[in-house]
Design a binder for this molecule. Structure first.
Ligand code: HDD
Length: 740
């Protein structure tokens, strides 16, 4: 009997089974079982209640795994889950093995359909705190001064399958569920403020066009293919979104560094019943930053989970990402326009210079989900999850979304009871009179789930304005029944021109390359030519540059050029200074490095709010400092800046035995080619490089001039301060144009 069995009589082996054959010796547990962690408070929905409000008695955590012993799904303890029940050790498996069949059957059904779009996503929990400034225009309780509301955010790519890479060129979803005291409010947003289409009836068409080709299922998570460009060049309303998608916005550096946009105009209502038309924004405190194109491709290979990992690394490091929630508030005019912009057209923005974004609260993400499937996969969002004070408008895209999001869950989450899943449950009492259906979790009491009734005491009651009922604003509706949009939706180009002209030169260069790369992947010349025609109507210089790259003639515009379009500087990502919280710094060390210096630099990086990654020839420790990455596992694309703490001469306190086996980087031998590659790539991608000691041989080998912009050297403490300065501008833009 093993010591484990002695301590735990429940694990003592049984007597050998009767009949021939020798029983296998009992296998010890690899680890001693402990009680599973309870769900976090934020995961627990309110206890289920009966229609009359009485609790059912089932605590929310009852749904989680409990107890020390392995059991069947019915709770019977099991003595062996490693061997199926067989007619002798060499005989067939018996049909009567109910545990085997239950285990395999459940496994066979573990996968659910992935989302038809936004399949690949990453979630995080957090909290939203309102500053109260929205209360003037909106009566939603969660926007009241100082009110704290738990949130769950799911970031996503749109086109790729669930297992696709994070860093592809694509729009990103930015969906937030606010668990408010008045019910769940979902802000189902994107990181691009305009949408592909104006009427939701075309959504299946744009998605079919963007998804891989039906015959080959190529390409994965890309818009660089014929069907996509076929659609968007024919549906010119898509040109606004396409321009954003070819820009740096579609290759974000991090989820933490993306803006979010509600896109549609919503109607907000205050306590006095007054209404405003509102566009909703998320503004990241971390700045708005992107990768460069070469980095996205390298990252897709080096770390397909890059954005997911980046978010979780930041949360684990305590570098909690945060965003301001901002509103553009416009009068609720009868024609629903502002400064000539149709507020119901989801392909149009309202420039911030015309209507500033006013901050009404801040969201901080604080922790990752406990279980990916239960939370990130099972969460469902719906633009129709609204709270009193926020109502929809007649935007034809929004109106169709109001149908689509519930409908899709019926297949994806297997029935109508998805609101009972822990991640989807409201954090306020729910008494909806919905009954039965697949996967019903609640044990409802009462006999009268209808209204009015006399048998359940007339419960539940209907609310009114005083008791916080949802407000459907009685907007006027009139008109003939037609399949058409208003004429104001016909301008498909002027706002694209506005976007292109608002970009800095380096962003315009990236934009032109984005178009040239993607169109260069199209086989059909007629499609490339048709898209060039669209570009001719947007911006002559951009069109000429893309045409040159494709080797095609520059078409004449078919509409008069718009000289009158005023740029909107707020649309550019370049030029602003940003805090450096959470930026990632590689501290490159080798056997010459002083452990004391390395620890000092590491601490200085942390003190500046950044995340250090000590990167060394091999794993383990340098003195007391733990190595985070080795030269083998580190990739330049992981970092925003590098600090080289290597030198030709060993520091007085260098650890001579450190990495004794990694020949090239041991004292006295040539610089490590992996470090040279790292530095050369970071230089090409216009990242800051600091040399804390005499790193001249590394810089020389990487082809980096010591006096190049953004290459700094000096004492460790001063260096970190210089890096903070450089990173505040994100990249060393003077080093562009570059090949990246
Ligand atoms: Fe959508 C998912 C954002 C238009 C139909 N959408 C989905 C998600 C986001 C958006 C962020 C992922 C939610 C999650 O993480 O679970 N969608 C948008 C935005 C749009 C938009 C910002 C335009 C302003 N969507 C749109 C239209 C339709 C849909 C016009 C249909 C007519 N969207 C869906 C969907 C999805 C979805 C098929 C897939 C999975 C899901 O809903 O739950 O119903």
């Amino acid at each position: 009997m093993s010591p484990d069995q002695e301590n735990n009589p429940a694990k003592a082996p049984l007597a050998p089974p009767p009949g021939p054959g020798v029983a296998s010796p009992p296998v010890d547990e690899p680890t001693s079982p402990v009680a599973p962690p309870p769900p976090k408070p934020s995961q627990q929905g309110p206890a289920a209640v009966t229609p009359t409000g009485a609790p059912t008695g089932a605590p929310p955590e009852a749904m989680a795994q409990q107890g020390e012993y392995l059991t069947t799904s019915q709770g019977a303890r099991l003595r062996d889950t490693d061997h199926s029940l067989r007619a002798g050790p060499r005989g067939p498996v018996l049909l009567q093995d109910h545990h085997l069949r239950e285990k395999i059957t459940h496994f066979d059904h573990e996968r659910i359909p992935e989302r038809v779009v936004h399949a690949r996503g990453t979630g995080a929990h957090g909290v939203f705190v309102a500053n109260g400034k929205a209360s003037k225009i909106c009566r939603a309780a969660f926007l009241g001064k100082g009110v704290e509301t738990p949130v769950f955010v799911r970031f996503s790519t749109v086109v790729g399958f669930r297992g696709s890479s994070d860093t592809v060129r694509d729009t990103r979803g930015f969906a937030t569920k606010f668990y408010t005291s008045e019910g769940n409010y979902d802000l189902v947003a994107n990181n691009i403020p305009v949408f592909f289409i104006q009427d939701g009836i075309k959504f299946p068409d744009i998605v079919h066009a963007a998804k891989p080709h039906p015959d080959t299922e190529i390409p994965q998570a890309q818009s660089a293919h014929d069907t996509f460009w076929d659609f968007v060049s024919l549906h010119t309303e898509a040109q606004a979104h396409v321009a954003w998608q070819m820009s740096d916005r579609a290759i974000p550096l991090s989820f933490r560094m993306m803006e979010g946009f509600g896109i549609h105009t919503f109607r907000m209502i205050n306590d006095a019943g007054e209404t405003s038309l509102v566009k909703i924004h998320w503004k990241p405190h971390q700045g708005v930053h992107s990768q460069v194109w070469e980095e996205t491709q390298m990252t897709a290979g080096a770390d397909p989970d890059y954005h997911r990992r980046d978010l979780y690394d930041a949360l684990d490091a305590g570098a909690y990402p945060s965003w301001d929630l901002g509103l553009q508030v416009m009068p609720d005019s009868p024609d629903e326009t502002f400064e000539g912009i149709d507020l119901l057209d989801p392909t149009k923005i309202v420039p911030e210079e015309l209507c500033p974004v006013q901050v009404v609260g801040t969201m901080v993400l604080t922790h990752r989900p406990t279980n990916f499937f239960a939370e990130t996969e099972q969460v469902m969002f719906n633009p129709g999850h609204l709270v009193p004070g926020i109502d929809v408008t007649n935007d034809p895209l929004l109106q169709v979304r109001l149908f689509s999001y519930i409908d899709t869950q019926l297949t994806r989450l297997g029935g109508p009871n998805f609101s009972q899943l822990p991640i989807n449950r409201a954090h306020c009492p729910v008494n909806d009179m919905f009954r039965d259906g697949f996967h019903q979790h609640a044990v409802h009491g009462g006999v009268a789930p209808y209204r009015p009734n006399s048998l359940d005491g007339g419960n539940p009651a209907e609310a009114d304005d005083d008791s916080g009922a949802f407000i459907d604003v009685p907007t006027r509706v009139e008109g003939a029944k037609v399949r058409e949009l208003s004429a104001s939706f016909d301008d498909h180009f002027s706002q694209v021109t506005l976007f292109v002209r608002s970009l800095s030169p380096v962003e315009r260069q990236h934009l032109a390359r984005g178009y040239t790369f993607e169109l260069g992947k199209c086989y059909e010349e007629s499609i490339r030519t048709r898209q060039l025609q669209c570009l001719a109507n947007i911006d002559a210089d951009l069109c000429a540059e893309v045409a040159r790259g494709l080797g095609l003639p520059v078409p004449e515009p078919t509409i008069p050029p718009r000289a009158d379009v005023e740029p909107s500087p707020a649309l550019s990502q370049v030029g602003e200074r940003w805090p450096v919280i959470g930026r990632k710094v590689a501290i490159v060390v080798d056997a010459t490095s002083s452990p004391a210096d390395v620890e000092g630099i590491r601490q200085a990086v942390i003190d500046a709010g950044m995340v250090p990654f000590v990167t060394a020839p091999s794993g383990g420790r340098l003195g007391e400092v733990v190595v985070d990455r080795t030269f083998l596992t580190a990739a330049s694309v992981e970092f925003d800046a590098a600090l080289l703490v290597t030198s030709p001469e060993p520091a007085p306190d260098a650890v001579p035995t450190f990495d004794a086996k990694a020949g090239q980087s041991t004292t006295g031998l040539p610089v490590d080619p992996r470090v040279v590659k790292l530095v050369a790539e970071m230089f090409r991608h216009c990242k800051a490089i600091g040399a804390a000691s005499d790193a001249a041989p590394v810089l020389a080998a990487a082809g980096v001039p010591e006096d190049a912009p953004g290459v700094v050297s000096g004492e460790p403490a001063a260096l970190v301060a210089e890096l903070v300065e450089l990173l505040a501008g994100h990249r060393v833009w003077e080093r562009f144009p570059a090949t990246a």
